[in-house]
Structure formats: structure tokens, C-alpha cells
Design a protein around this ligand. Structure first.
Ligand code: B12
Ligand code: SF4
Ligand code: SF4
Length: 385
């Protein structure tokens, strides 16, 4: 017979007091049954490189806290009423994924979890041990959340809550307090039933089968990767400059979901649909000043500049030609390559001579590959229509 130090009722009361809408608990037993699933993900080369690299540590919260007894999982919604009504600018703009429209969630969830820890300490009347795990820790946040009973795993891989759909951030408080669970430790997988909308809608086929992703094909990863974007992903990127929401926007489980009451996640239209010319004009410092408070800045300004060029290419915006031509001489290879590609989409005949000249001076083999088209007979060039 287990003696709980904290009842589920008391934990729910703490959550309510702090303003956490979705909370669950599981014990700190390792996630042994997740191991083969994770191993396959790494071995098949589907990992993005952003995941914690040691699989054995990912399934065991005791690597974060040796005396761990319970894992408290929270889901914090980020779609506010303003998110739904934010006006989409008419002129061509880039698109940022909704999860980055407000302030960086890492700090917000950490504050909430630390507050929970403090309240638990008061409730159990002893010093407690606890560690916050949000996104960057070894834990697989979705697996912890699912076993805690706060939602189900969708075929798009997302953790989907009954109240807020998948538009939630996840965080875990690992603690040495023995807490009464609110649900059985059963991961829900069946709620999608026979729906397959996300699998069909994914622009790159990154959802290789239900519940399984090839992260390297996911456009969210592609917008965050460093270097030159492989050609096959450039057209599917469309106007995306950061993240991708397609497999969530098509999901019927997200229809009619409740909205968050979190001022930190209120959107700023300039940041949601950024002016691509403005992005290309920003210095590193200015970029951080404008975007540094969001979760979209951690890879630096350069991935944004590169993505902005790809987006301008996809929009076939002729006004971008002088800028794209000037960027053929940029010091960064991914900018030169993306500029050459954008020109090939917007006005290949008009830009051919400039790109051909750039090719002659180009030392980088990968960039040369993206300029190669300009050496072809101009009568066979695509017009970008
Ligand atoms: C690396 C990473 C990425 C990579 C890879 C994504 C991926 N699906 O793995 C990239 C850059 C592509 C990415 C994209 C996104 N990400 Co991300 N990402 C992570 C990170 C850091 C690790 C993910 C990981 O370990 N993947 C490995 C795979 C195998 O695990 P998983 O998909 O996370 O979860 C699977 C297992 O848990 C399994 N599972 C669960 N229980 C059980 C039980 C058993 C028995 C078994 C066998 C399996 C199993 O089911 C899940 C689906 O397959 C997590 C934070 C964290 N530490 O967990 C955030 C995280 C998953 N990302 C998040 C978000 C918001 C996103 C995006 C929506 C952002 C965007 N709009 O662009 C997209 C969504 C893409 C998608 N469809 O998954 C949130 C997800 C919130 C939610 N509601 O699910 C997380 C949890 C961050 C957070 N703390 O809030 N991400
Ligand atoms: S985030 Fe976009 S690219 Fe990634 S799996 Fe979902 S729909 Fe596909
Ligand atoms: S779109 Fe359909 S299959 Fe995909 S996660 Fe939502 S309900 Fe499940």
C-alpha cells in the first residue's frame, strides 16, 4: 500500500491557484516500452539532431533526479483569442509558426513549474527535491504527458489534449514527492480513429506513417537547420520562415478548442507575418532586439535570412530581384545559394547573366550547384511562372 504525500485533489488545487489548466502525474518508473521506438528513430536516421542524444537517459527520469518519485506533467495552451483574430497582412509576407507568436515558452513554463514546486513544498511541509524539464531536457515530453493522462498521441505525433487540442506546450516537474495519480498509467493512441488528414496534408511526407516522423523531412526542422536547404524542400516551404503548423491546422481535434488566457502568448502581427525585406535588412543585433524574446530566435538571424530568400522565391516577387542579385556576393554560402535559387524562380532570364558571373567567381561546390542553371541556354530556362 503506497502512502501518498500529496493527494491528487491538493495538486489540482495548486494548479488552479497558479493558473495551470491541464495537469497530470505519473510515477518515475522508466519508460522501458518506449525504448525500441526511440532506438528505431535514431538508428533509422530520422532524428533531427535537436533531441537529447543518449537514448538510455531519455527513458529514465532518475538521470535528472536520482531520488525521483513522481513526474508532474503540464500542458500550457498558447492559442489566445487574439491569435484567432490577428489580421493577416494583404501584402506578401512570411509566415511564422503559431508557437512562436508570443514570448518564449521555456521561461513561462519554468516559472509555472517552479511555482508548483514551491506550493508542494509548503503542502508536504518538508524541503523537496525537484527538477524542471521543458523541451531541452533528456525526457521525451510527449511520452511523459501521455502516460500522465493529460492527452493522447495523435497520428501527427502531437500530444493532443481534450480541452486545447494540440496547441499546447509541455513541461515536466520531476520530484521526490510521492503523489497520488489522477489517471491510470495508460497511453491513449486510438482517438484519431480512421482519420488520416495530417498524413495526407504534410507537404513533405515527413509523417512516414501514423505516429512516426522523419524529422529531417519536417519543414519545422528545415526552417531551423543550418546551411543550404536541400532543393526538394524549397518549394514546399512556401512562405514559412519559422516552423510549420500544417498537421495541426488540418486536425479536427483542434476545431473548437478552448483559448488560452496567457498575455505572454498574445501575438504581434509584425512578428507573426514578418516583412521579408525587413528581415533581410536586419543586423544580427537588430534581429535579436526584435525577435530575441520569442522561441524563434535561438538559431540566429542567418537561418531567417536564408528562409526569407526562399519565401521571396516562392512568391515570385519581382521587387526582390535587385536585393537577391546583391546577395549573390554575400559572405555566407547559404545566402548566396538561396539568392541564386530565388532568382531562378522569380526571373531566370533577367537574372541569368548576374548568376552566371557569380558562378565563375564561386569557390564553394555546393553553391555552384545552385548557380549551375545560369550557364544553360537561356531559351530553355524556366520563366518562373
Ligand atoms: C526534436 C524535436 C522536434 C523535431 C522532431 C519532432 C518529432 N516529432 O520528434 C522537429 C524540429 C521536427 C520538431 C517539430 C515540432 N515540434 Co518539437 N520537439 C522536439 C523535442 C526537443 C524532442 C522530440 C523527440 O524526442 N522526438 C523523438 C520522437 C520519437 O518522440 P516524440 O514525437 O516527441 O514523441 C513520440 C513518443 O513520445 C511516442 N510515444 C509516446 N508515448 C509512448 C509510449 C510507447 C509505449 C511508445 C512505443 C511510444 C510512445 O509518441 C510520440 C509520437 O510518435 C521535443 C521536446 C522533448 N524533449 O521531448 C519538442 C516537442 C515535441 N516539440 C513541440 C512542438 C510544439 C513542435 C512543433 C509543433 C513546432 C512547429 N509548429 O513547428 C513541430 C511539430 C512536428 C511534429 N509533427 O511532430 C512540442 C510538442 C507539443 C505537443 N502538443 O505535442 C514539444 C514537446 C516541446 C514542448 N516541450 O512543448 N520538434
Ligand atoms: S510540422 Fe509540417 S512538415 Fe512537419 S510533420 Fe507537420 S505538416 Fe509535416
Ligand atoms: S488530423 Fe486526424 S489523424 Fe491526424 S492527429 Fe488529427 S485526428 Fe489524428
Amino acid at each position: 500500500m503506497i502512502t501518498f504525500e500529496l493527494s491528487q485533489g491538493k495538486l489540482k488545487a495548486i494548479a488552479k491557484e497558479i493558473g495551470i489548466q491541464v495537469i497530470g502525474v505519473t510515477d518515475a518508473e522508466p519508460f522501458d516500452d518506449l525504448m525500441p521506438f526511440l532506438q528505431r528513430y535514431y538508428e533509422e536516421g530520422r532524428a533531427s539532431g535537436f533531441e537529447y542524444p543518449v537514448v538510455e537517459q531519455r527513458i529514465d527520469a532518475k538521470t535528472l533526479l536520482a531520488d525521483a518519485q513522481s513526474l508532474i506533467s503540464i500542458a500550457v495552451p498558447y492559442i489566445t483569442q487574439e491569435t484567432r483574430t490577428v489580421s493577416r497582412p494583404k501584402e506578401p509576407r512570411g509566415m511564422v509558426s503559431v508557437y512562436s507568436w508570443g514570448n518564449d515558452y521555456h521561461r513561462i513554463l519554468r516559472d509555472k513549474l517552479q511555482h508548483v514546486a514551491k506550493k508542494i513544498e509548503e503542502a508536504v511541509n518538508r524541503p523537496i527535491l525537484s527538477v524542471c524539464a521543458i523541451d531541452t531536457s533528456a525526457l521525451v515530453d510527449r511520452a511523459v504527458a501521455a502516460r500522465s493522462g493529460i492527452g493522447f498521441i495523435g497520428k501527427n505525433c502531437s500530444l493532443i489534449t481534450d480541452e486545447y487540442g494540440s496547441w499546447v506546450f509541455l513541461g515536466t516537474l520531476v520530484t521526490d514527492v510521492i503523489i497520488e495519480k489522477m489517471h491510470e498509467d495508460v497511453t491513449r493512441w486510438d482517438d484519431c480513429a480512421d482519420c488520416t488528414l495530417c498524413l495526407t496534408a504534410c507537404p513533405t511526407g515527413a509523417l512516414i506513417k501514423p505516429f512516426e516522423i522523419d524529422a529531417k523531412r519536417c519543414l519545422s526542422y528545415v526552417t531551423q537547420m543550418k546551411g543550404i536547404i536541400p532543393e526538394e524542400f524549397r518549394a514546399p516551404l512556401g512562405r514559412r520562415v519559422w516552423g510549420c503548423d500544417t498537421c495541426q491546422t488540418v486536425c479536427p481535434k483542434n476545431k473548437g478548442s478552448l483559448v488560452a488566457q496567457e498575455p505572454d502568448f498574445s501575438p504581434d502581427a509584425e512578428l507573426c507575418f514578418p516583412d521579408l525585406y525587413h528581415i533581410l535588412s536586419l543586423s544580427n543585433r537588430a534581429f535579436l532586439r526584435e525577435f530575441g524574446h520569442t522561441s524563434a530566435a535561438w538559431r540566429g538571424a542567418n537561418v531567417w535570412r536564408r528562409n526569407a530568400l526562399i519565401a521571396l522565391g516562392n512568391m515570385r516577387d519581382r521587387r526582390a530581384m535587385p536585393l537577391a542579385i546583391s546577395l549573390l556576393a554575400d559572405v555566407r554560402p547559404e545566402i548566396r545559394a538561396s539568392a541564386a535559387w530565388a532568382i531562378s524562380q522569380i526571373d531566370p532570364k533577367g537574372g541569368q547573366e548576374k548568376v552566371r558571373q557569380a558562378y565563375e567567381n564561386e569557390q564553394d561546390t555546393a553553391v555552384r550547384k545552385d548557380m549551375q542553371w545560369a550557364r544553360e541556354d537561356s531559351s530553355v530556362l524556366r520563366l518562373g511562372e
